[in-house]
Design a protein around this ligand. Sequence first.
Ligand code: SIN
Length: 280
Amino acid sequence: MFEVKPMTGTIGAEIEEVDLKQPISKPLAEAMRKALQSYQVIVFRGQHLDLTAQKRLTAVFGPIMRLPYVTPTETDPEVIAVLKEASERNVGVFGGDWHSDFSFLENPPAGSVLNAVEVPEYGGDTVWASQAAAYDALPPQLREIVEGRDAIHVGKPYGVKYAPPEETRAGGSIRMTRGDPLADREIRHPAVYEHPESGRKALFLNPIYTTRLDGMTDEESAPVLEAIYKHCIRPDFCCRLRWTPGTVAVWDNKMTLHYAVNDYDGVRRLLYRTAYADPA
Ligand code: SIN
């Protein structure tokens, strides 16, 4: 059906010989879902997709989901432009810390799609860390703490209680709604996610949004979470994508963390982003 070239021994694969501008057949869709299940991040080069084709690809993995708090494009409320202008220097970027997307929602996105339009010749990579690999290699004393336990997530950057200082916020081209008291609600999810089809387990803890482990205070949780975060972004669990115009990546948001590398001041970078929910 297509060629699969793993990016590392742990996570990520490039999928070759697929033209996503064409209609996606049921067998192709099924094969792509299986590839995502195996590799957690799948990458297609040279696609140059318009937004219609991007959304058709996104819908292969689940119903398209509108993300809250981030202002979408003017033309399509289901699409976010991840943009940093060449003039934006010394600013934080969208996604420039290890995280999974919106884990503070009751139903976080199942996954996301990024479609590169304009990217630096070098720099501006995205890195993903397999939280399945991190779970598999978790030291027993940490595994004992998280297994069967919920973690508490709060939409800190968007709420009131934990509002970040102005200077640490992401740069100007991405507009976010902030100061929503509803984002301060505590939402719980199992600290260990189990993939509904494969049964594979993954850590589901979020350096941005997880405030504590259930049954423990913030103070008691902090050293445990710190030890887990140190472990779960080990290079052994990561793949790093160098973007080229037309590259498209799809990832599983529940099985991975990701990080946008901010090393390209002075160069414009634009990718379109869509997200999908778990199938109904
Ligand atoms: C994100 O979705 O977190 C941003 C990823 C990127 O811009 O590389």
